[in-house]
Design a protein around this ligand. Structure first.
Ligand SMILES: [Mn+2]
Length: 427
């Protein structure tokens, strides 16, 4: 069965690189069909890392919804309209099915062949040598589109009196048959989560698929599981640090490329060990990985930093959505977004569009407030652009700048520094 390894939505470098490296480790330790994916757009800095080390980047995937095409019964044949009716009926009989879909010479679905419908023909003509295409076919009430999410069609299909449903693509080309009993089967893939554990922060569709493993360094808000799962969590600066420790614990030595990709995650999340989330484990793993990789943490950080500033390459909407986390706390719904930007003057120039985009996002998502934390990793401080609930803003311990932002000297971590202040302001 296929296993996807995926970080959080609005992925950052750590969530993409840790997924890549863990897929590498899981493949070596015997997992056959495993693929690292990225929940949405691959961050530019992560793209640089994969290009720099000459490996294919993880695939961006919008969701992991189980779709109709995943449930097609691969053992059931399709009948060509040109084949003889008697042959087709023998086929039905031999596989023990009561109906099968028929396609024309272009592969398009034209109806279901079902012996019950043929009784009249047989009684009146007694001749079954005609082609299937000239026999009365049954036009069942429900044809399914291969791209439909299963949750959208499940109820209607279960209520339908038929058992066999033809599946077509958007051009009407027949893809196969879905049997009602497929809904009772296990989902066709499963998930390993890295760098997050809250379903709300995961790739859409996550709640429909079993999670077999979590590797994470965030607060735990994971649902109760039916079966034991592998759960690796620790208070470290980066998920890549945990993956590096797992390589060591299993006696596997990462390749030069995987070592470099792990370093990228560690330095991106710890801002080259300046962030207060940094631990000795992050430094120790990085030192080990540098020896294998042959490149220093500083040079990999410098390479990633050379990627254009987000405010230059993105629209205001993209900038606030690129790393945004939604929270529900203290009866309020809010978004804390973060970008890294070394050019604060550029940020101040873009404030009007950013504020407008935040106001729009608040209306669309029904938020009480929204804040964009612009972090300068070089100077080691941040500024906050805030929209919405005035009382919360007033309760935050940050001084207003001349430009109207909130100054956060020495603040680098949304999780460890900003979020606790926001939660305190809500209390
Ligand atoms: Mn992380």
């Amino acid at each position: 069965m296929k296993t996807y390894i995926c970080g959080h939505r609005n992925p950052d470098v750590d969530s993409v690189t840790s997924a890549y490296a863990l897929a590498d480790l899981r493949r070596r330790t015997g997992m056959a069909d495993v693929e690292a994916i990225c929940a949405g757009r691959l961050p530019d800095k992560a793209r640089w890392v994969f290009e720099h080390f000459g490996v294919a980047p993880v695939r961006a995937k919008r969701d992991v919804y189980v779709r109709v095409r995943h449930l097609i019964d691969k053992n059931l044949p399709m009948i060509d309209s040109s084949s003889s009716l008697v042959d087709a009926l023998r086929k039905l009989e031999s596989i023990g099915e009561s109906s099968l879909p028929v396609r024309d010479s272009e592969g398009k679905f034209i109806g279901m062949l079902s012996p019950a419908r043929l009784l009249n023909l047989f009684l009146s003509r007694g001749d079954l040598t005609i082609p299937v295409g000239r026999a009365p076919l049954h036009h069942c009430a429900q044809t399914l589109l291969e791209s439909d999410p299963v949750h959208d069609i499940r109820l209607a299909t279960l209520r339908n009196s038929h058992n066999h449903f033809p599946v077509v693509d958007e051009n009407g080309v027949l893809m196969g048959t879905l049997l009602k009993r497929a809904f009772a089967e296990e989902p066709p893939f499963r998930m390993i989560l890295v760098d997050h554990n809250e379903t709300d922060q995961g790739i859409p569709g996550l709640d429909e698929v079993p999670v077999i493993e979590v590797v994470d360094h965030h607060r735990i808000s994971f649902a109760a599981t039916k079966e034991p799962i592998r759960y690796t969590a620790d208070v470290v600066g980066s998920t890549c640090t945990l993956v590096a420790k797992m390589f060591r614990a299993t006696g596997e030595r990462p390749t030069r490329e995987t070592a470099g990709i792990l370093i990228a995650g560690i330095v991106a999340d710890t801002l080259l060990f300046q962030s207060p989330t940094t631990t000795d484990d992050d430094r120790a793993m990085c030192t080990w990985l540098e020896k294998i990789c042959g490149e220093t943490a500083e040079s990999i950080m410098a390479g990633m930093s050379s990627v254009e500033s987000p405010l230059q390459s993105m629209t205001a909407e993209q900038a606030i959505a690129s790393d945004a986390k939604t929270y529900h706390e203290g009866g309020m719904r809010f978004v804390l977004a973060q970008i890294e930007e070394t050019n604060m003057a550029l940020f101040h120039q873009h404030m009007p569009e950013l504020s407008a985009a935040m106001e729009t996002a608040m209306r669309q998502k029904g938020l009480d407030f929204c804040a964009l934390m612009v972090t300068d990793p070089v100077r080691g401080s941040s500024e906050l652009l805030y929209c919405g609930a005035e009382a919360v803003r007033r309760a935050l311990p940050y001084r207003k700048s001349a430009e109207g932002t909130l100054l956060m000297p020495g603040v680098l971590s949304r999780k460890k520094q900003l979020l606790p202040e926001v939660l305190a302001a809500l209390a």
